[in-house]
Design a protein around this ligand. Structure first.
Ligand SMILES: C[S@@+](CC[C@H](N)C(=O)[O-])C[C@H]1O[C@@H](n2cnc3c(N)ncnc32)[C@H](O)[C@@H]1O
Length: 358
């Protein structure tokens, strides 16, 4: 039973609905001069062919790479941020919820996310993001541990590697405790909740700060007939939770943020300092006496910086709240068998932690 979900509106890219002063870009025009205008702060409108937009972006990249000669970490970051800033002034027109130029991809999100407006301008990079997301949504992501395809909603984190799901599956198959209630914090595309359901858990309370994740999992639970087993809530951690659980599962973001987090997918990757202390503080209130906290994590941050603090180890060492029952690790395989990794990700491991309250 999913309450009040109708009132949640999906996060979607900003659009321009008024007329706007922009330079029209056609194939035969001078791309270099157009890019100079774009960098100077003018809007450019992609006309005629979709590929004209790609041509402008390629020239913008070339221009900025020549300008930003400092190849240090900071230099590259400045270059990327200049690209982001200027590229968002490259616009494309949408009419009847479709792109108006020739040889453009069909992007269903233009209809699904903008039912209230059919004609507008949108930035070309946003369209590229929507296009890629739409292809994943249409094609689906095969999740072998679930024996099904998931169709991730726009702006939602979904797995592209599956080692953590295999680890969770291995643990679930051996789990012999109660299966009445489970809480899934940060439900994302729904994978962990669906694993719990397939392993006979009766009620799942699932939450996420990302509205699109909640909308997407609502659709997926209906499609998969899991609707009666899952109750969804858009909110922070245990907000609005009114059950005590046998299992609380959380696959949190794995990297500590050095920047101010934006809503949406950013919070799937990066965490703020206070996320773990808040989680551990609150989780105790929602755990049955025999209940277990299952955390999925990775050594990704440690590979990058040996001194980085592991938030779960820190909790166990500093506070006297939880006991470690189990810690499993598994090598992460490259996303494609053909990709041979030679970088530091060779050492990457996913971790599954099981804790109980003291
Ligand atoms: C790494 S993703 C995991 C998604 C999914 N559970 C999976 O295993 O594929 C982390 C998720 O946690 C959500 N999240 C981050 N901070 C949160 C918070 N304070 N409360 C609830 N969800 C949060 C993110 O939006 C994201 O969907």
């Amino acid at each position: 039973m999913n309450k009040n979900l109708e009132s949640i509106k999906a996060d979607r890219p900003n659009i321009i609905t008024s007329e706007i002063e922009a330079i029209s870009f056609y194939r035969k025009m001078d791309t270099k001069a157009t890019v100079i205008d774009l960098i100077a702060g003018k809007y450019v409108l992609v006309e005629e062919y979709f590929s004209n937009g790609l041509q402008v972006l390629a020239e913008l990249k070339r221009n900025l790479e020549l300008k930003y000669t400092d190849k240090s970490f900071q230099g590259k970051r400045d270059c990327r941020s200049a690209f982001r800033e200027a590229s968002h002034r490259l616009l494309i027109k949408v009419k009847d919820n479709k792109l108006t130029v020739k040889k453009a991809p069909t992007i269903g999100w233009l209809e699904l996310l903008y039912p209230d407006v059919s004609e507008f301008y949108i930035s070309f990079p946003e369209i590229q993001g929507m296009n890629s997301s739409w292809q994943w949504y249409e094609k689906g992501v095969e999740v072998k541990t679930l024996d099904l395809f998931l169709h991730p909603f726009y702006g939602t984190y979904f797995p592209t590697r599956f080692d953590h799901l295999k680890l969770f599956d291995k643990w679930l198959k051996k789990y012999e405790g109660a299966k009445t209630n489970a809480i899934d914090i940060g439900v994302g595309s729904g994978v962990l909740s669906f694993q719990l359901i397939q392993n006979d858990f009766e009620n799942i309370f699932a939450t996420d700060t990302n509205k699109n994740a909640i909308i997407g999992v609502d659709k997926e639970s209906k499609r998969l007939n899991y609707e009666d087993k899952i109750s969804l809530n858009h909110g922070d951690l245990f907000e609005s939770c009114n059950i005590k659980a046998d299992i609380i599962v959380f696959n949190p973001p794995w990297i500590k943020a050095k920047h101010k987090l934006e809503e949406g997918i950013d919070k799937a990757m990066y965490y703020e300092e206070e996320l773990f202390p808040r989680f551990f503080e609150e989780a105790k209130k929602y755990l049955n006496p025999e209940g277990k906290i299952v955390l999925i994590f990775s050594n990704l941050a440690q590979i990058d910086d040996e001194k980085s603090i592991h938030p779960i180890i820190e909790e166990l060492q500093k506070n006297n709240r939880y006991r470690k029952d189990l810690h499993l690790r598994r090598d992460v395989r490259a996303s494609s068998r053909r990709t041979k990794r030679t970088d530091s990700r060779d050492n990457e491991k996913v971790e599954l932690w099981v804790l109980s309250a003291k």
